[in-house]
Design a protein around this ligand. Structure first.
Ligand code: UDP
Ligand code: MG
Length: 328
């Protein structure tokens, strides 16, 4: 099969125990259908034997409707890199990004695929969580973040959308053509535009293993999103600096007038110390913020690949594709 109707791009980081269940669920969901499906596992340099499992499954695969392919990174490059690698290697007319942990059931992916085929005016169907998995403060913060990202970047960012999407090849080509090193896929999808249909769904519980995201990871992910897609923080710091300068000028005028016209001395040791500390802090924050953007420019200017491939496998051929060397 040199091409497929639908490619499922499955980023997998330490998901050994989910590989077979994922394919089993897919096979069940495919009962009575005749699409040609390609499943592309991208092993993101895990350490639990996910790659051995993918290779074993691909080599013994005998379901003609589905081709199982896999590629393995030389180390952990992150889910964004895994998604990019998958989109670049996929051969389907339509593509789907789906997690390996079965929180996003393959049956739902096929429903979204059917909806996309039935809606020629749309190029993308994006799953949106009907009920957030995380309630409480994390959920509220997450919603606030997407509103902030939308308004700071001037893009239409779908609320509660995950990376779980089915889209046509034109969307994948657009995403792949964006050369940035720091990738934030929700922002990239919003940036390339195309008409996107929200698809409400309720995520399942993770099947095996544990989530790779802690609070720290989520905070740095959110920061990445803001800094990659918006220069609004720089404008905010600039505006703050201007307001402070105007206030300082006004205070200076008041002090001079009081001294010259009224002869009043203004004692203010404590005030001066407080102001110095405050503005010292504000300046460091501003420099640090500028530094975040400069650092990104620096990293981007090195033009390093987003990922490195160590090995790849396909259920179609007995001898696997050449090892290593593939980069982006
Ligand atoms: N993942 C990855 N690289 C990473 C972390 C995660 O490819 O560095 C994959 C992971 O295997 C899973 C998907 O990204 O298929 C979502 O990760 P996870 O389930 O940990 O996130 P959550 O569902 O908790 O948001
Ligand atoms: Mg998950």
């Amino acid at each position: 099969m040199s091409h497929a109707d639908l490619t499922l791009v499955v980023p997998a980081y330490n998901e050994r125990d989910n590989v077979r269940p994922f394919l089993d669920e897919l096979s069940r969901a495919l009962a009575g259908r005749d699409e040609r499906i390609e499943v592309l596992f991208v092993d993101d340099g895990g350490s639990d034997g996910t790659w051995d499992e993918v290779v074993a499954v691909a080599r013994s695969w005998d379901d003609g409707r589905v081709v199982v392919r896999g590629m393995s990174f030389s180390r952990n490059f992150g889910k964004e890199a895994a998604m990019l690698a998958g989109l670049e290697a996929a051969r389907g007319d339509c593509l789907c990004i789906i997690d390996a942990d079965l929180q996003q059931p393959p049956a739902v992916a096929l429903e979204m695929y059917d909806l996309l085929l039935a809606s020629p005016e749309y190029e993308c169907v994006a799953a949106c969580q009907r009920e957030r998995r995380q309630g409480g403060p994390v959920g509220a913060l997450s919603s606030a973040f997407y509103r902030l990202l939308g308004s700071a970047s001037g893009m239409e960012v779908l609320q509660d959308a995950s990376d779980f999407r089915v889209f046509r090849r034109c969307v994948a080509d657009a995403i792949v053509s964006l050369p940035e090193y720091h990738r934030f896929s929700k922002g990239l999808f919003a940036w390339v535009g195309f008409r996107t249909l929200p698809f409400p769904y309720v995520p399942e519980e993770r099947r095996a293993g544990k989530s790779a995201w802690g609070l720290r990871g989520l905070v740095s992910y959110a920061w990445e999103g803001i800094v990659s897609f918006s220069t609004a923080p720089l404008h905010a710091v600039l505006a703050f600096g201007i307001v402070c300068a105007v206030l300082a000028l006004a205070m200076l005028l008041v002090t001079v007038v009081k001294r010259v016209a009224l002869g009043v001395d203004t004692p203010g040791y404590a005030t001066i110390v407080t102001l110095i500390l405050f503005f010292g802090g504000a300046q460091l924050v501003a420099i640090g913020l500028v530094g975040e953007y400069v650092a990104r420019t620096y990293v981007q200017s090195k033009r390093r690949p987003v990922y490195l491939v160590r090995d790849s496998v396909s259920s179609e051929t007995s001898d696997d594709e050449p090892e290593g060397g593939e980069t982006r």
